[in-house]
Write a protein that binds this ligand. Structure first.
Ligand code: DGL
Length: 260
């Protein structure tokens, strides 16, 4: 029996795409959602500074919330600090989120795969190693988007996104070579699934948009000990490192059933 909460950590609201799936698979669990919005976007951070920031934050979060398990639904953080978190907090289980390059390489018909991510994730050694390990038989095009995570944040809070801006950010994902075309785009930032409909609409041709949220939730479920269903859980909570969230953010997280 383990009735402790599951803690999810992202730079902003992107990890809510994973919370959505986690709740479907673990309806009896209590979740604490942490957004490091004081440091958003992670995509632009210098690696050493971001690493020590996140490890420092986890020292406090683990002491305060004593979670059963931590999920890091953030590619930009996971590809950088997963190893450091596991080494620093060896008694805690961390489920990371890394670009879904292996499943994309297994599924592609054309052999042309694009990975859409933040500039941080694109330049990580971790990401390059995934390609060398799993995708040597196909051509992987890494696309670092400077604007998409922020566009997704605005869209979720205010319900508006410029379609031309989305189209411009995803355009480099679409490659034609020797009569073949990109057929899979890996969504390697948890913010992007919120814009998936706009991406589909503005894409120059149809592709599979690979969103690993459900796989991450399944992995977390497989590692968690069973909890007894009869002990009532408290409400799910959201914590913002910047402090009290603004009205639009409060209304967004209420819509996700989270108390600020
Ligand atoms: N949601 C994050 C990711 O999965 C990062 C967005 C950002 O802070 O730049 O990579």
């Amino acid at each position: 029996m383990n009735d402790k909460p599951v803690l999810l950590f992202d730079s902003g609201i992107g990890g809510l795409t994973v919370l959505r799936e986690a709740r479907v698979l673990m309806p009896e669990r209590r979740f604490i959602y942490v957004a490091d919005d004081a440091a958003f976007p992670y995509g632009d951070w210098e690696e050493e500074a971001l690493r020590s920031r996140i490890v420092g934050l986890f020292g406090d979060l683990l002491a305060e919330h004593d979670p059963a398990l931590c999920m890091i639904p953030c590619n930009t953080a996971s590809t950088l600090v997963l190893g450091d978190l596991r080494a620093t907090f060896p008694h805690m289980q961390f489920v990371g989120t890394v670009p879904a390059i292996k499943p994309a390489a297994e599924r592609t018909q054309s052999g042309l795969v694009s990975v859409l991510a933040t500039p941080g994730t694109v330049k990580r050694q971790y990401t390059r190693d995934l390609i060398t390990q799993w995708a040597t038989k196909c051509q992987v095009n890494l696309v670092g988007s400077v604007r998409l995570a922020a566009l997704a944040e605005t869209y979720m809070r205010h319900g508006f996104v410029e379609e031309e801006a989305v189209a411009a950010e995803i355009a480099p994902c679409f490659v034609e070579r020797d009569g073949r075309r990109t057929d899979i785009v890996v969504l390697a930032c948890t913010h992007y699934p919120f814009l998936a409909n706009r991406m589909r609409k503005t894409a120059p041709w149809p592709v599979d948009w690979l969103d690993p949220a459900e796989a991450i939730a399944r992995r977390a479920l497989s590692l968690l000990p069973a909890r007894s269903g009869d002990i009532p859980t408290g409400p799910d909570r959201a914590i913002f490192t910047r402090g009290e969230p603004d009205a639009a953010t409060r209304s967004l997280i209420r819509g996700f059933g989270l108390a600020a």
